[in-house]
Every structure is written in structure tokens, then in C-alpha cells.
Design a protein around this ligand. Structure first.
Ligand code: C2O
Ligand code: CU
Length: 459
């Protein structure tokens, strides 16, 4: 024993350059081709694009206040980049190819390193040709843990996705740029699953308390969700804690990119099946995640949970005095557009369609030379989005969370993605305290790729 130890020490001492402790290698996250069984076993497996070979990519967990470092290694045959959705991030790390960085070419890498000011449920996904890359599988959960976690027995991430598969070949029906889907509601899958599995199952004990972190990583599908055999409270939206837990009494709506943290007590009897259900296209409720109840954790459920600890900087102040910027959401099938600006030119509907563009935000199709708004750092901003189309849109602001103004002028919870139904108007208010160039776009990714992407500058 002593001998071994001495040899070991001697070996170290003779190393020519001992690596200092701080020069640790940065952990890798590899974007790569792989094949995964998405459909039931009687169907062929599906070639996908993945992070580290799994669908979804690995769950990344880190402590609030720490720094996250990942080296994106691009082993795909196409350029890519990673966006850390919902993080109040340093702009240079936001991952938007063409705005905050160049896309990473095949066989090259890019080091992401940033601080994590807020706890909560976030996700990461490709932000280069996202419409195709996210659909092919490039996404994963990003969980930032509170210093004092809530009192639950278990913490489960449920990443909800859909896939559009050809059942005969197992291949994605990969006409990602199809005008038909892009000008309508976007690409909706024919198979829905959780954590890469169409029949995701958990088991739990009666009266066990779970934290469920729901993430909608689908390209365009809005999920209607319902609890069965579970008594739940919503405790956070888009990562940000709610001031008070809200009992789940009704159908929950989760738009693309949105997250919801639930605390649920398993109230079904032992031997019964509980779970999370979704409203399928044929109007039936289907299991999304089945929970089989075995054994008992306690004789009675625990009652309403405490709110999650607040994140820093959750206040949006000075809203009344802030000017309102109007951003109508325009275009799409059936309504179209009279004309809009694309690539510096005013084009009519037919010309836009020829360019594969169907949507506009305030008359602008895709990223223009000038941002939609130039804000000074610390300023409070209000953007009023009126949906003049016949489709719903899930509008996402990068870099900062916002509050949605309620009818009575009050402010709703902090979010980073707001669902706006046809003919609806939603006004968002936020403190522009994160400097940089930030996207404001629809998270129905086919819409984003065909016009519904704009940007703001905070300087
Ligand atoms: Cu989650 Cu610009 O996106
Ligand atoms: Cu949209």
C-alpha cells in the first residue's frame, strides 16, 4: 500500500507539465447522426440528429449561480449552433447563427460558457436552420437547480415532442420546407412522445409528491394536457416561479418552447394508473406519460405546496410610463399579406410566396438590416402583438423574460414565450437589462423560417 502510494507520487512529480487544476477540459456536447427507435418496435428505427447520441439530448443539470460550460462538437454534415432557451445569457453565447455567432461548420467546435442567474426549467436546441434541426432531434432539457429545492420526493423532466415519421421506413417525412405546412399551422407529428419514447412510463407510490418539469420541444404543436389520478399545482412557467402555486383544475395549454413546472401528489389508488394525458387530433385523451401506482408513500396527501424561491430581478417596473411598440403578426394561408419588406425590398404576396416567405412581423419578413426596436439598457419596453392571422403563434423573446399585460392592466407571470391565438392581442412588458442583439420570433419553427423572425437591440 505504502509502496504504491510512493510510486504514484513519484510518477506525478516527474510529469514534465503537471496540468494546473483550473485548466480542466470543458465537457463536450456532440451533435451527431445516430439511429433511435422512436416508433413502436414493430416499425423500423429512425435515423436522427442528436446530442450525444440520445433523443432528447442529455439532461443538463447545474446549480443556480454557477457557470455552465459545454464544447459543442459538430459531428454532423451540416453547420449548427446551440441556443440555451430562456437563460438570461451573455449575448455572445445565445447561439443564433447569423446574429450572435457564425454557425459551427462540420468537424469544428464552439465553446459555450455562461453564468446561470436563474433557477428553473429551460432547454437547449439547435438555432441554425432550427426548423429542420430541432425536428430531427437536436434538443435537450436544461435544469437549473435552486439552492433550496422544494419539498418533493422526486424530480422528473418530461420533454414532450412529436415526430412526423413514415411508418414503413422509419424515416422522418423530411419535407421540412414544405410551403403547405409553413404557411399553415406548421409541422405536426404523427407520433407524440415523452423523453424520446411514445409510451413513456413512470411508477410512483400513492401520495408520493413529484415535481414534473414539462417542456414542449415540438416544432409547432400546442399540447392540451390533463392530469389523471394526480392532484397538481403549477409552480413555475418558462422557468420562472409563480408568486403562488396554482391548483390545476382544467386543461393546461403548453405551446411550443413553453415550460411548466408542476408539483403533483399521486392520489390514485394503489394498483391504478395515473398520468399525464394529451388531447389527440381525434379529440380523445391519450396517455403521454403513464404512472403506475405501486405501494404507498404516506397515508394522506400533503396539501398545497409552498411557492418556489424567487429568482433575482423578477420585477418589471415603470410599465405605465413606457411607450408601446406595435407588432402586428401578419400573413399566412387564407389571409396573406398585401406587401411586406423582405431583403430590403417591398414585395407583394405572390413575390413573397415565390421566395418561400409567408409571414411578417410589423411589415418585416425575416431579419432586416435595422432591428424592430432599439432600447437603452435598463429601459422598460412594451410590445403589443396583435395576431392578424388565422393561426396561433408562440412568440419568444431571447435574453429576457417578460410579463404579459392582463386585460385590467395588471401584469401576468414572467414568461419567455407567449401563445397568441387568432384575432387576439397580447402586450408584453419587460426591462431591457440584457445588452445585445436578441431575437423575437414565433417558435412554430416553420413560421420563424418563413418570415416570423425579428430582432431588437439593447445597448
Ligand atoms: Cu427556443 Cu429562438 O428559440
Ligand atoms: Cu407562428
Amino acid at each position: 500500500m505504502k509502496m504504491t502510494r510512493r510510486l504514484f507520487c513519484a510518477g506525478l512529480a516527474s510529469a514534465p507539465f503537471a496540468r494546473p487544476a483550473f485548466a480542466q477540459e470543458i465537457p463536450l456536447l456532440t451533435a451527431m447522426d445516430t439511429t433511435v427507435q422512436l416508433a413502436p418496435a414493430s416499425y423500423p428505427a429512425t435515423p436522427v440528429w442528436s446530442y450525444d447520441g440520445t433523443i432528447p439530448g442529455p439532461v443538463i443539470r447545474a446549480a443556480q449561480g454557477s457557470r455552465l460550460e459545454r464544447r459543442l462538437v459538430n459531428a454532423l454534415k451540416v453547420p449548427t449552433s446551440i441556443h440555451w432557451h430562456g437563460i438570461r445569457i451573455d449575448n455572445a453565447m445565445d447561439g443564433v447563427a447569423g446574429l450572435t455567432q457564425d454557425a459551427v461548420p462540420p468537424d469544428e467546435s464552439f465553446d459555450y460558457a455562461f453564468d446561470l442567474p436563474d433557477a428553473g426549467t429551460y432547454w437547449y436546441h439547435a438555432h441554425t436552420n432550427s426548423m429542420e434541426q430541432v425536428a430531427r432531434g437536436l434538443s435537450g432539457a436544461l435544469i437549473i437547480e435552486e439552492a433550496t429545492p422544494p419539498d418533493v420526493d422526486r424530480d422528473e423532466v418530461l420533454m414532450i415532442d412529436d415526430w412526423l415519421l413514415d411508418p414503413d421506413t422509419g424515416l422522418f417525412i423530411d419535407d421540412f420546407a414544405a410551403p403547405m405546412t409553413r404557411s399553415h399551422g406548421g409541422q405536426i407529428g404523427n407520433l407524440v412522445g415523452v423523453n424520446g419514447s411514445y409510451d413513456y412510463r413512470l411508477s410512483a407510490r400513492q401520495n408520493e409528491r413529484l415535481r414534473l418539469r414539462l417542456i414542449n420541444s415540438a416544432n409547432a404543436q400546442i399540447f392540451g394536457l390533463k392530469l389523471e389520478g394526480l392532484t397538481g399545482w403549477a409552480v413555475a412557467l418558462d422557468g420562472m416561479p409563480l408568486a403562488a402555486p396554482e391548483p390545476v383544475t382544467d386543461t393546461l395549454l403548453l405551446a411550443p418552447a413553453q415550460r411548466m413546472d408542476l408539483i403533483v401528489d399521486v392520489t390514485a389508488e394503489e394498483g391504478e394508473t395515473a398520468g399525464l394525458l394529451f388531447a389527440a387530433a381525434d379529440d380523445t385523451w391519450r396517455a403521454l406519460a403513464e404512472v403506475s401506482v405501486k405501494g404507498r408513500a404516506a397515508s394522506v396527501p400533503r396539501g398545497a405546496p409552498q411557492p418556489l424561491p424567487r429568482n433575482p430581478r423578477m420585477e418589471v417596473v415603470g410599465v405605465e410610463a413606457a411607450p408601446v411598440l406595435d407588432m402586428p403578426l401578419q400573413g399566412g394561408a387564407m389571409r396573406g399579406l398585401e406587401s411586406a419588406t423582405f431583403d430590403g425590398q417591398r414585395l407583394g404576396w405572390q413575390e413573397l410566396v415565390q421566395h418561400g416567405q409567408f409571414w411578417a412581423l410589423a411589415g418585416q419578413v425575416g431579419l432586416g438590416e435595422t432591428p424592430f426596436a432599439t432600447l437603452s439598457r435598463g429601459e422598460t419596453a412594451r410590445i403589443r402583438m396583435s395576431n392578424d392571422t388565422i393561426f396561433p403563434h408562440a412568440m419568444h423573446l431571447h435574453g429576457m423574460h417578460f410579463r404579459v399585460r392582463k386585460e385590467d392592466g395588471g401584469l401576468g407571470p414572467l414568461r419567455d414565450t407567449v401563445l397568441i391565438m387568432p384575432n387576439e392581442t397580447r402586450e408584453i412588458a419587460f426591462v431591457a437589462d440584457n445588452p445585445g442583439k436578441w431575437l423575437l420570433h414565433c417558435h412554430m419553427l416553420g413560421h420563424a423560417a418563413s418570415g416570423m423572425t425579428n430582432w431588437i437591440i439593447v445597448s
